[in-house]
Design a protein around this ligand. Sequence first.
Ligand SMILES: *Cc1c(COP(=O)(O)O)cnc(C)c1O
Length: 389
Amino acid sequence: MLEKVLAERIDELKTKKIFRALTILESAQGPHVRINGREVINLASNNYLGLAAHPKLIAAAVKATEQFGVGAGAVRTIAGTLQIHRELEEKLAAFKKTEAALVFQSGFTCNTGVLECLLTKDDVIISDELNHASIIDGIRLSKADRRIYAHSDMDALEKRLQECGGYRLKLVVTDGVFSMDGDIARLPDIVKMAEKYGAVVMVDDAHASGVLGRHGRGSVDHFDLHGRVAIQIGTLSKAIGVLGGYVAGSRRLVDYLIHRGRPFLFSTSHPPGVAAANIAALEVMQEEDLQERLWANARYFKKGLKELGFNTGNSETPITPVIIGDGAKAMAFSDTLLENGVFCTGIGFPTVAEDKSRVRTIVTAGHTRADLDKALAAFEKVKKKMGLS
Ligand SMILES: *Cc1c(COP(=O)(O)O)cnc(C)c1O
């Protein structure tokens, strides 16, 4: 029965021409990658600063692995907290300018873990409609009531807050940078509104850490809102280049999560090498001007795409979508780009609305101008070839 059900579902994906095999990389993650034996320009990763294969991170991972082994051996609360895990958390708290920070296995588990345990049936979560899937799942796991507001619509947010007078805790949650469109949350307005109605704010800076703010401290630093956002989520898997998620906030917040955050309590902690590479990443971000190179590249590439007449939506960050519309067409666009030496993934439903399918591009600090010019030439060629307007 299972196989029959699966076959039907897969056929449906195939009919819509959105069934995809995974693209296998035969090289390290970087500005260029090898796919099917051929080197192509990589615009598909979240490796904004090029840290995923940075020599200092590799050296730190190797050294910690030799010293402490490949596995942590237990969940954090039982025997899985090594000194190096604590050191990373102290560095993250300093990075985010908060009292404390707590690391989870991934950004995904961090969001679900925090949202599930923090809010109860007496509380309410107010969430932007375009928030990341892990926020949505965290809200589903929580017993709190929920309200959704239209994307970045401050009037809609205010209406939701007005409806929620009777609750004990009101939490407004937003992505800092929206992962599919690359627009920045209107955090100063959100914070002001939350303060007016006695709500607390949680921002998920998965795509903002390493990208926005001084030395990549994220959207709270970018807007100078330190002390006014109670819960900051970050990922270590994107710009930081390694793996993991963390929450930064008060000492009390972290103390509570250590006792009630389910992924923290019931899933094993990172290998020592992962913690060490993350620590090295935070150091490299202070030392090197990777963020400036990232932004210079992003501005150049975005301008180039616009000049070619592509619809890049409301992007304000290095995430630049090229919105095609139809799902099958977006996938064909991505395939043809790859044939022409550029790797950027087609993205359709359920990640974005069905009629807003796209290829998403993210340039990194490691791309050269020549890479970007070559990529733009490929976009132009494929656009003509497919007859896109
Ligand atoms: C990618 C992403 C996550 C998940 O982070 P991982 O560390 O990859 O699990 C969470 N939130 C947002 C907004 C993201 O873009």
